[in-house]
Design a protein around this ligand. Sequence first.
Ligand code: ADP
Ligand code: ZN
Length: 669
Amino acid sequence: MYAEILLDKPTRNFTQPLHYSIPAELSAELKIGQQVLVPFGRRLTFGYVVGFSETTPVILTKPINKITWDEPLFTEKEVILAKWLADYYDSFLITALKLTLPPGGIKDVARAGLPLKRKSKIKDALADFASSEQAAWLKLNNEQSSALEKIEAAIEAGENKKFLLFGVTGSGKTEVYLRASQKALDSGRTAIILVPEIGLTSQLVTRFCQHFSGRVALLHSDLTPKQRAHQWQRIATDQAKLILGARSAIFAPLKDLGLIIIDEEYEQTYKSEKNPRYHVREVAAKLAELNKAVVVLGSATPSIETYYAAEKGEYEKLNLPDRIDSRPLPPVTIVDMRHEKERVLSPLLREELKATFERHEQAILFINRRGFFTFIMCRDCGQTVECERCGVPLVYYQDEKILRCNHCGRGVPAPTSCSRCNAVAINYFGLGTQRIEQEVAELWPAVRILRYDRDSVTKRGDHTALLDTFAAGKADVLIGTQMVTKGMDVANVTLVGVVAADTALNLPEFRAAERTFQLLTQVAGRAGRHHLPGKVIIQTYNPNHYAIQTAAQHDYEAFYRQEIKHREELAYPPFTHLINIVLSGIVSSQVDNIANSLAQFLNKRLAPGQVLGPVPATFAKLRGSYRFQIMLKGRKVETIRQALKESLMRLVLPMTLKVTVDVDPISLL
Ligand code: ADP
Ligand code: ZN
């Protein structure tokens, strides 16, 4: 018998497990998931046991030196999952496997002072929540009940089944999630509930924590390493049966997994930006298959891929077509900004804001850009002011009176004259959150304003504090970027104004229309959620665009029918798979050359039209690196991935050049 050991430090030549012999004194104890010390070259190195085999092609195997951590750190199922991840997303196996290790590795587990398998003495913060179970709190309506029945039946039967809970904003999806989770627990199983960002959806978190009190583990990016290790520990020792978390919570060590819920599965935060660049929806599907578990995706605006999969029967669609108590969705008025003199707030939006403030109700103003002015140009020669390192327009920040790059964060003083023609005709254009803030403050000096964007919310806990302030009625208007479109359920919000609907529409991406529709629908869904009726105003320069028209009518299906036609015509997902390859380095000509050789190797292996590029990437220069991009397109992902693997092997890469591979990219920027 030989042990298959995966080395802790990946090297290009040793990415697969290596065979080691098992000394007699270890043979009884050695288990999959243990960390071991093995000889490698002339030294000892850490590795993990990922499997066993009867035979080996190696002539002289070396023996394992010792077991360094008794308690297995992962299971056989997690090895299968990691193998799938590494293969599908083209990453090292060890990098994929490490996703399932305690965050920070063994060190953090040790630092938290928590030997595995022993009950933690650390006071459970969540036990502070009222522990009274409130299961019989609300009576579900008919649609909720029939959706729940189907999910419950699948959990009960231990079926590997996938559902799409397609419900408008405010239709009561959270209540269905809650009871489905209860069902999983009642059946002796466990559940994972994923939310796009935990701070933004605090209402869902509060509901779950109240209902399940001490049995919930929260996993999100705001935890310190020690807190995270503690949560991980509670899961590993079966104290927590239910996990509420952001993307990476999918890898938490739950046993007997019965249910995975992904709220708002179309959100971009569900796609990892690090290797392996996984999409949590795909990982969930794989994990559910391994565990015979149920997957529920819930949204008012499913991704086009998911809705298409549901149409094909891959997901069973469960509809919640109406808001609770038949509250109407808010009427939407489109303001055609091409005919308006006012560039920021149209007369209609001003009038509605004023009326809202007079009624002591609250408003949300949404604009997808931070800063004050979003681009600066010389009126004489047309020269724009860009970040030297990133090549993107610099944004003017009024508070600090500086220009800043929203990519790398670098600030520079605002120029007094043009760098090209020396004219002093520097003009400022574009709308950002800060400019809206100033406009509102000038119009209504007494109005209490909260600004919510990545500049105003930077610290841990700020999100919740800011949303709590608004929910408590301590501000009249919330001005923010897409962070305001999520999850918020504030009864007194009766007006939502979209200051410029076009910013997302104009991005050079095939998903631009989908993004715009989702953003508008979500932000509109914040208005009039309770007894007070709501109103939405959308300002746009593209009033006839189908994404804006269908969003104004709250008509997802109409949007989907238009969008899926375009996708098919242009052979975009869900009809094809894409792989985006970005090559970056500090010498532009070198990156260009290598990108061209890679494209040549690829072209030999794939059909015409499957290899697009190389072209300079949308952000051709980022943080001082030059970037070139090649996109592969194919009906079968295996075919293009295999061609890429073979081509990359033939490529001689200088140390200074970086290649990133993104399978099924969500953003091409
Ligand atoms: P969604 O997640 O679909 O946007 P929520 O689950 O937040 O909707 O529900 C919207 C509101 O309706 C919440 O305040 C919730 O407590 C309430 N609600 C949900 N289901 C019911 C029900 N069956 N009866 C009464 N109120 C409900
Ligand atoms: Zn920059």
